[in-house]
Write a protein that binds this ligand. Sequence first.
Ligand SMILES: Cc1cc2nc3c(=O)[nH]c(=O)nc-3n(C[C@H](O)[C@H](O)[C@H](O)COP(=O)(O)OP(=O)(O)OC[C@H]3O[C@@H](n4cnc5c(N)ncnc54)[C@H](O)[C@@H]3O)c2cc1C
Length: 496
Amino acid sequence: MQDLGRQFDVVVIGAGVSGCAVARELARTTASVCVLERGDDVCCGTSKANSAIVHAGYDAMPGSLMARLNVEGNALMYELAKKLQFTIKSIGSLVVCTSERDMDGLRELFARGVANGVPNLEIVDRDTLRSMEPNISVNAVGALWAPTAGIVDPFGLNVALAENAAKNGVRFAFDAPVTAMERRPEGGFALETPQGRFLARCVVNAAGVYADQIHNMVCEDKLEIVPRRGQYMLLDTTAGSHVRHVVFALPSAMGKGVLVSPTIHGNLIVGPTAEDIQDKEGTDTTAAGLAEVTEKCGITVADVPLREVITSFSGLRAHRAEHEFLIGENPSAPGFVDCSAIESPGLTASPAIGRMVAGIVCDILGLGERAAGEFVETRQGIPNMNDLTYDEWGRLCEENPLYGRVICRCCHVTEAQIVDAIHRPCGARSLDGVKRRAGACMGRCQAGFCTPKIMEILSRELPGVSMETVTKAGPGSEFVFGHVKDAIAKEGCTHE
Ligand SMILES: Cc1cc2nc3c(=O)[nH]c(=O)nc-3n(C[C@H](O)[C@H](O)[C@H](O)COP(=O)(O)OP(=O)(O)OC[C@H]3O[C@@H](n4cnc5c(N)ncnc54)[C@H](O)[C@@H]3O)c2cc1C
């Protein structure tokens, strides 16, 4: 099919990790592909607010899609990180048992992991556990050790997938929520957005917590996605080494429980809760939720330095009653492919999800691969000053003096990195966009010092963007509402 601008072989709805992983895989084929995203950027939904653990894969039920894609995704993720240059660390995870009574539960988890094909699992005793994790609770009696688990930069993963997809010809439309969709009599779909109508032969539904609304527009069976909120506290980098591995409690029916883990940016994360709510935008934190996190993190880890909390946040799992990914073409709507109910471990599974969904689309449309060498497999990441020696940093400054202007003092992010983040394919257009790509604003001051400087850079680098129209995260989140002098003049005040 000829690409007529708004007419595509495939439209992917949603630019989270799932949609971007699918889009990147489809970019290997001859299909014309467009991603429609309701937010102003990639990584606006659940992909930006989660534990960011690369799960080993012992948690999901053997035989489930979740289990298979988790283990496959884990294996693919480390290789993908090298190709696309996002940050990942293989630090391993421990599921800690704090009572002899519960050791059977731990052994069950071990058996499940073995059935799922998770390599190198081991049950470690109290002494081994203590030597691995000195701050473990005194009540800990043993743990399930999974060396293939890790931590990842979730923004970096999502942005890298999108950038590489765009580099390979995928189009992205932001601020483009799909508000209606219908099947066309001649086949395919017509999708309505505030940016006009898009036509597609095939649609991939990767709309996160909104996937039920999209599904129910064209499918006869009805889908219900319940937002299951998880609240977190993030601690300063001074607390980042309180644990060395991802430390979980034994999982329950509501999920994997409260974890304590280092993050890829050197902080310590504690959480999440698991609360079913109605509001698909309900990402607020509550006193009760944070109190629960405070209490539960102490079950597995001693003396968590909670005075070091620098921020709190929450994310929404796209939960459905079956607690299973929903992936496949819907029989009542040929060409409509769900990539829905991608709750945890969706981040880990994303490379495998991308392959699986793209495979389904290829079968539906009879797509072939692009000619050899046409698909660019790799991506150059934005250099991170924290990974460089002073000499290496100095050499960068000689090439580009903007590497010598530190804008974010907490995280050592320079003007050169911010400018780079803005001018890449699918580049940053807001403060949060800069944060997710260049790693600014993530430190102790939580953007208190660097916000005005980043606003200046955004308004200088982006055509048509002034200080008044720079946003934190898209329309409605502007920082500046006018000039103080104008307000004074209007009010008739005088300065004394
Ligand atoms: C508390 C919590 C902890 C988690 N921890 C982990 C973990 O440690 N490891 C792990 O592997 N997984 C984890 N997950 C799961 C993981 O974060 C998700 O599975 C994954 O991010 C889902 O990605 P997605 O692309 O499917 O959805 P999203 O990231 O939500 O993307 C969906 C996108 O669709 C867009 N959209 C919605 N409606 C429309 C519309 N009408 N038109 C256009 N666009 C639309 C949204 O704006 C959004 O950008 C966790 C999740 C939560 C909530």
